[in-house]
Design a protein around this ligand. Sequence first.
Ligand SMILES: C[S@@+](CC[C@H](N)C(=O)[O-])C[C@H]1O[C@@H](n2cnc3c(N)ncnc32)[C@H](O)[C@@H]1O
Length: 213
Amino acid sequence: MLTKKEFWNQKISSWEKSKYKKTLKYFDVNSSVKFRLQLAVALLSQIAEGKSLLELGCGSGLLWDCMKLLNMKSYKGVDFSKIAIETFQKKAQNFKDRKQISLSCEDCAQNNYPANIVVSLGLLDWIPTEKINTIAENYKENWYLHSFSEKRHSFSQFLHALYSRVNYKVWTPRYRSADKLLSIFGPKAKIYRHPRLSFGAFIYHLPSHIKFS
Ligand SMILES: C[S@@+](CC[C@H](N)C(=O)[O-])C[C@H]1O[C@@H](n2cnc3c(N)ncnc32)[C@H](O)[C@@H]1O
């Protein structure tokens, strides 16, 4: 059986291509993933200037693509997939301000890096609860924004679970309740939902002046 790391090494390029490819607006089954990225950029851009950003499970850097021209102090991307990090590295090597970016191929819970803001998109669904505990503990003093798939009794979630089982086979994403994550992240954490995220949601602790719409 493939380890999770092997699974993501095989999957990450096709996953990103299929999730983020342009398609007809009204027939787009991946619109919630695209909106998740759009929303994260809209929120983070309000506070990114002069700040250090740490992204866990960064993939090949699609969030960084949208944020690299903002005046961040630094960006660090962590992903345990060698393929993701190598693709990201190739892309970033031509970026004029390379000194502000660093990438690390390792498990998301292996280290505790200094950062003003910690973000993850699509990571929590793929890691066990013990690793979420570690991330929450490591970064409890930081601003953070993490997406997750909220456990719901909905037809779209039923279809998603079926699709994942058929297509991904060995490893499938987990759905968690907001209460479960709030109990892990503690009293500062809040939940954000939006119809365009479908059953996706964010758990976050961000400055109070941040505007969600
Ligand atoms: C669903 S993809 C999301 C990629 C990217 N954040 C995005 O939204 O486009 C999940 C990413 O998390 C990474 N990942 C999964 N488990 C991980 C772990 N334990 N440590 C580090 N990275 C992990 C995978 O390699 C993959 O790049």
